[in-house]
Design a protein around this ligand. Structure first.
Ligand SMILES: [Zn+2]
Length: 450
């Protein structure tokens, strides 16, 4: 058994953190979570718990990054000059995609996931569409890129949900994939399913899921094949949705309806589905998402970076969609920033404050994100859940003097001091125990950009 004594821990259903919490785990599962005091300031003198590791600061459940494209990390700082929009950014992204192979992707993803571990992310949802070799020729192992991502997550010490994305066409009109996009395509949804069926990783840190890249990339008549595959296997299904007004316009022009309506009509929405972005939904779209229990993954720092716009997060939540968070393009890897951006963006839009409580933001960053990735047993400091602990120092220049409940409005990824994943310490004293993150990021990015 392993024991930790958290100066403060944020327990499920609590509006704010609790002081002096003894946390015990065996075989990667929490076996006891015990507040030692009845409130008030942390008690001094805990010598009786000499075998427990002290966790100074605020300990949170593991953070879930529900939307990642690992290779986009190579673009950070390379696309920010000058004008442009999502579409011009995408051309730069394709240039990196064209350079990757299973070895260089393993190195880049390992570094990117290790950066996430440093930021307190214990589980990543990898929305994976770079499947094949140059020109779209499959590798000898057609799932070699998937295997590289699974291995990368193992090295970085984080859990992974590999959301294998069907990416079949270049536009809503069914245009063929061209250039680097050909590496994404399996031809049709049946062949996509055949390839995914052949990939059965047995490692405990990985689970599979499916993804519809977008209504641009999966023809309407093939949406049900992807959705049916996920449903048959009881796995999560994700889809990019209405990130751009142009996608809505193209969908209306071809199908006479919004992307959300199209997904609803082809069985893509539901409790096991997560729509990523939902930045430009109509009121009817918001109702369709909420009534079907479809989750929504917001990626505010990417939406900010790509000039996508601000989604109606509060209306989406009130309609019934659970909210999760993703760093998506990794312009920023910091779920504290993503979480507070959900609130702060609403303030910019409405010119009013106070849309989400700190506990709601915590849920989006933890338990809801894990659930969206198919890990219903993670994201809470509760007996029986996975022993994921993320400790945030409350003594940095950013967090000193901040009450623990205010951590989501003050802390950054750099304030994460300790990360435990499934009972195993991955980050201690702010350092990754097995990966030299800056060096590996620098070298792996140089390989695919120089
Ligand atoms: Zn994305």
């Amino acid at each position: 058994m392993t024991r930790w004594l958290a100066e403060y821990a944020w327990l499920p259903e609590h509006a704010e953190p609790t002081p002096d919490v003894l946390i015990e785990a065996t075989d990667g599962r929490l076996t006891a979570v015990t507040p030692l005091t009845g409130g008030g300031p942390p008690a001094a003198g805990v010598e009786v718990l000499g075998d427990a590791t002290r966790l100074p600061g605020l300990t949170l459940p593991g953070l879930a990054n529900a939307h990642s494209h690992a290779f986009h990390r190579a673009l950070r700082g390379r696309t920010h000059d000058g004008r442009g929009d999502f579409w011009s950014w995408r051309d730069l992204m394709y240039a990196v995609a064209a350079r990757l192979d299973p070895d260089s992707y393993l190195a880049l993803a390992r570094a990117a996931y290790a950066e996430m571990a440093l930021a307190g992310i214990t589980c990543v949802g990898e929305f994976h569409y770079l499947h094949h070799g140059p020109g779209g020729t499959p590798y000898d192992d057609p799932n070699a890129m998937s295997a590289a991502l699974v291995e990368a997550a193992a090295h970085a010490g984080v859990r992974l949900t590999l959301l294998d994305a069907a990416y079949l066409t270049a536009g809503v009109d069914g245009a063929e994939l061209v250039g680097p996009q050909r590496r994404f395509g399996d031809g049709d949804a049946l062949r996509w399913a055949e390839r995914v069926d052949a990939f059965r990783p047995t490692d405990g840190h990985v689970r599979l899921g499916a993804a519809v890249h977008s209504v641009r990339a999966v023809p309407a008549e093939q949406l049900a094949t992807v959705a049916g595959w996920a449903d048959r296997h009881g796995l999560p299904l994700h889809a990019h949705l209405s990130e751009q007004p142009a996608e809505n316009d193209a969908c209306r022009a071809v199908h006479g309806c919004t992307p959300t309506r199209l997904l609803a009509d082809h069985g893509v929405l539901g409790r096991h589905t997560t729509a990523v972005h939902a930045t430009h939904p109509t009121a009817a779209d918001v109702a369709l998402l909420g009534d079907s229990g479809t989750g929504v993954c917001l990626c505010p720092t990417t939406e900010r970076d790509l000039a996508d716009g601000i989604g109606p997060a509060r209306r989406i939540a009130e309609a019934g969609s659970p909210l999760s968070l993703g760093s998506d393009s990794h312009a920023v890897v910091d779920l504290f920033e993503e979480a507070r951006a959900v609130e702060l963006d609403e303030r910019l839009r409405t010119r009013r404050r106070g849309h989400f409580t700190a506990a709601e933001l915590l849920a989006a960053a933890t338990v809801t994100g894990h659930a969206a990735l198919g890990w219903g047993d993670a994201g809470r400091l509760a007996v029986g859940d996975r022993a994921d602990l993320v400790t945030v120092g409350l003594d940095s220049a950013r967090t000193a003097g901040v009450p623990p409940v205010g951590a989501f409005f003050a802390a950054t990824a750099a304030d994460v001091t300790q990360v435990v994943v499934d009972g195993r310490t991955v980050v201690a004293d702010g350092r990754h125990l097995t990966v030299d993150v800056p060096t590996e990021l620098r070298d792996s990015i140089a390989t695919v950009t120089s």
